[in-house]
Design a protein around this ligand. Structure first.
Ligand code: GLU
Length: 429
């Protein structure tokens, strides 16, 4: 069977859907076509290895039983144990997990990390759950996945609405069942439980490193560069701050409560103080209020969408007013928006490269846990910088060689690597 390749990237079907799985598959198809991927290999790489749906019942505080649905999708484990975060959100779906798991496979391959790709989640609204309920959900979800998880099998990490505490509960639940402390079963843990220095900031730091690398290619100097960041969580706030420290002027920031624009530049210390005190940016006095939609269309040099999926779509791609987009989130741009941005000459640093700093330091954490020797922050950051820069160069060169966008270049690099590994390992059976 011929793979369903798309002959011309610039002619998407007008009514094509804009969701993570459609977007991931569309880019995968384009790259597979350019690589002349064998139909069997195409079929193999497009299909997740495992898709697990578990029911997660917990007793609420009044004794009433509530049942949540949990997922873990392992897209591929040919390069090593599968790796990827766990998210808690009311709109988590299996299809979304499939897209995010595949992105993890491509991300690890782009970064040259010996991991496959996975993603998990529980459909719940964490803002409506007490810490005790969250702990119960986490422990039951972990217990349901015991045969899947393990330092040599599948290694979760934080993602949307999950944090160090949740990773600590995963580690403890798994360890209780194994009858030994097994720190390397999960990354993004608190430092005293075998976490790594620099892990929390790693995704935002990675964004900063690749943005500077892209700016250098375009001859842009930090002091003349304006930046807008969507999302003020673990990724956006750190990316904004580090770009600011590099001398860039951050003129727009936002979170779920809305955005703030200040042409003279936003004081990131004040923004951080504000969110530490008020939890969100709501009411922040350091700029003119704008909506999240308006924020994305602000005139700037670098736009960092670091909030959630499908923020830049065919509807607003024509109105994006930036030279560089650095995708801090997973899937913030739909595949339908890709050709529009490309035509307008906007350099997009794709998510599977731009936000790979997180999984890279997760890899460092896993290595440190297994060796039992912990690195200094300086060593973590130095190694992260080296790996991000060389991945950027590899993606840039692949894109040039094939005359495609950085995104398709990254997919080509990743798919080629996984396909080559598959060829060497062969198909068992
Ligand atoms: N959730 C993060 C991501 O999407 C980190 C995954 C990890 O460290 O395993 O890349």
């Amino acid at each position: 069977m011929e793979p369903a390749v798309i002959s011309d990237y610039k002619e998407p079907a007008p009514l094509a859907k804009e969701d993570p799985l459609t977007s991931m598959m569309r880019r995968f198809d384009v790259a597979a076509h350019l690589l002349n991927l064998e139909p069997g290999v195409y079929e193999y790489l497009k299909t997740p290895v495992k898709q697990i749906v578990v029911s997660v019942p917990i007793a609420m505080d009044n004794g009433e039983i509530k049942v949540f649905e949990g997922y873990r999708v392992i897209h591929n484990d040919i390069l090593g144990p599968s790796k990827g975060g766990i998210r808690y959100a009311p709109d988590v779906t299996l299809d979304e997990m499939k897209a995010l798991a595949a992105w993890m496979t491509w991300k690890c391959a782009v970064m040259n990390i010996p991991f496959g790709g996975a993603k998990g989640g529980v459909r719940c609204d964490p803002s409506k759950l007490t810490p005790l309920q969250l702990e119960k959900i986490t422990r039951r979800y972990t217990a349901n996945l015991l045969e899947i998880l393990g330092p040599e099998r599948d290694v979760p990490a934080p993602d949307m609405n999950t944090n160090e505490q949740i990773m600590a509960w995963i580690m403890d639940t798994y360890s209780m069942h194994m009858k030994r402390t097994e720190t390397a079963v999960v990354t993004g843990k608190p430092l005293i439980l075998g976490g790594s220095l620099g892990r929390k900031e790693a995704t935002g730091r990675g964004c900063m490193i690749v943005t500077l690398a892209a700016m250098e290619r375009l001859g842009m100097k930090p002091k003349d560069t304006t930046v807008v960041v969507q999302g003020f969580g673990n990724v956006g706030a750190v990316a904004a701050r580090l770009l600011w420290e590099q001398g860039c002027k951050v003129i727009g920031i936002s979170d779920i409560s809305g955005g703030y624009h200040n042409k003279k530049g936003i004081d990131l210390d004040k923004a951080a103080e504000w969110t530490a005190r008020n939890r969100t940016l709501a009411g922040f006095p350091g700029g003119e209020p704008v909506t999240n939609e308006q924020l994305l269309e602000l005139a700037c040099d670098v736009l960092v969408p670091a909030a959630k999926e499908d923020q830049i779509t065919r509807t607003n791609a024509g109105k994006i007013n930036a030279k560089i987009i650095c995708e801090g989130a997973n899937g913030p741009t739909s595949a339908m928006a890709d050709p529009i941005l490309q035509e307008r000459g906007i350099l997009v640093i794709p998510d599977i490269l731009a936000n790979a700093g997180g999984v890279t330091v997760s890899y460092f954490e896993w290595v440190q846990d297994r060796v039992g020797y912990f690195w200094s922050l300086e060593r973590v950051n130095r190694r992260l910088e080296k790996m991000m820069k060389s991945a950027f160069t590899a993606v840039y060169e692949t894109a040039n060689r094939y005359d495609v966008s950085l995104r398709i270049g990254a997919y080509i690099l990743a798919i080629d690597k996984v396909a080559a590994t598959l060829k060497l390992r062969g198909i068992y059976g």
